[in-house]
Write a protein that binds this ligand. Structure first.
Ligand code: PGA
Length: 259
């Protein structure tokens, strides 16, 4: 089962996950990180500024989960821009080694397959950071997504567009399509770390961790993966039936085990 770690707040979550990423990079200089965008992972990236300071990160590679289709990469809310601003620049990563799916209309027909090949050529993702949407999506795999899916174009649900409208000047500006790693792509990463904060995420978190495995809640695909860490605050954990067991398990974890 997924290891569920209930933390006090976002800062504690960021520190915990950043520590694991630093450990990974210390043991593998050319580690491949799976990078999520959105509000959720920002505390991880923030903590990594300190955690990675003074380390050689020139060989670290990264693959973003998704990108909007048809949005100019120079737009401040394109995921290329977000990853550059929040991850590449502050952490001093090599921009050439950090890939984002290509949402340009001209190449969209093969952009998914190209991206899959790039991930394979890099040796696969070592640690994949994930947020979770209120619809239960991971990446932009909306309800109904196949567990075998690979990187491809998807249509965003209205709920996701509304959720993301806060990043744009109006709902109309939010793209309707995206290109996202599939659930099958995500499941191939060696370690999944899913973060969620706030009450609004509680139903999706409970469904993902303890509900039936169903494409209607795409994040439930994590139950099929052998190494998953779910890091949540009390509010996002509030609908977990086994919350006390998760607390007990983490409190009694052998010191030598990472997350
Ligand atoms: P958020 O989005 O981190 O902005 O809440 C999560 C997601 O949609 O995966």
């Amino acid at each position: 089962m997924a290891e569920v770690v209930i933390v006090e707040n976002k800062t504690a979550a960021g520190a915990l996950v950043a520590d694991e990423i630093v450990r990974l990079i210390d043991s593998k200089a050319d580690a491949v990180l799976g990078l999520a965008t959105g509000s959720t992972p920002t505390s991880v990236y923030q903590a990594l500024r300190e955690g990675l300071a003074g380390r050689d990160v020139s060989k670290v590679r990264g693959f973003a989960l998704d990108e909007y289709v048809g949005l100019d990469p120079a737009h401040p809310e394109s995921y290329r821009s977000v990853i550059t601003r929040e991850v590449v620049d502050p952490l001093g990563l090599d921009p050439q080694r950090i890939r984002v799916p290509n949402g340009a209309a001209e190449t969209i027909e093969h952009a998914g397959d190209d991206y899959e090949q790039e991930i394979i050529d890099a040796g696969g993702v070592d640690l994949q950071i994930l947020g979770i949407g209120t619809t239960g999506h991971i990446g932009f795999n909306e309800p109904g997504s196949s567990f075998a899916s690979t990187t491809r174009v998807k249509t965003l649900t209205e709920q996701t567009r509304v959720d993301n409208a806060r990043f744009f000047t109006s709902l109309d500006e939010v793209p309707r399509h995206c290109i996202t790693q599939g659930l099958g792509t995500i499941l191939r990463a060696r370690h999944l770390v899913l973060l969620a904060f706030g009450e609004g995420k509680a139903p999706a978190v409970a469904g993902a961790v303890e509900g039936p495995v169903t494409s209607m809640l795409p994040a439930s695909a994590i139950q099929l993966h052998p190494h998953v860490t779910v890091v949540v605050d009390e509010a996002a954990a509030s609908q977990l039936k086994l919350a006390d067991y998760y607390r007990y398990t983490f409190a009694n974890k052998p010191a030598w085990q990472g997350i």
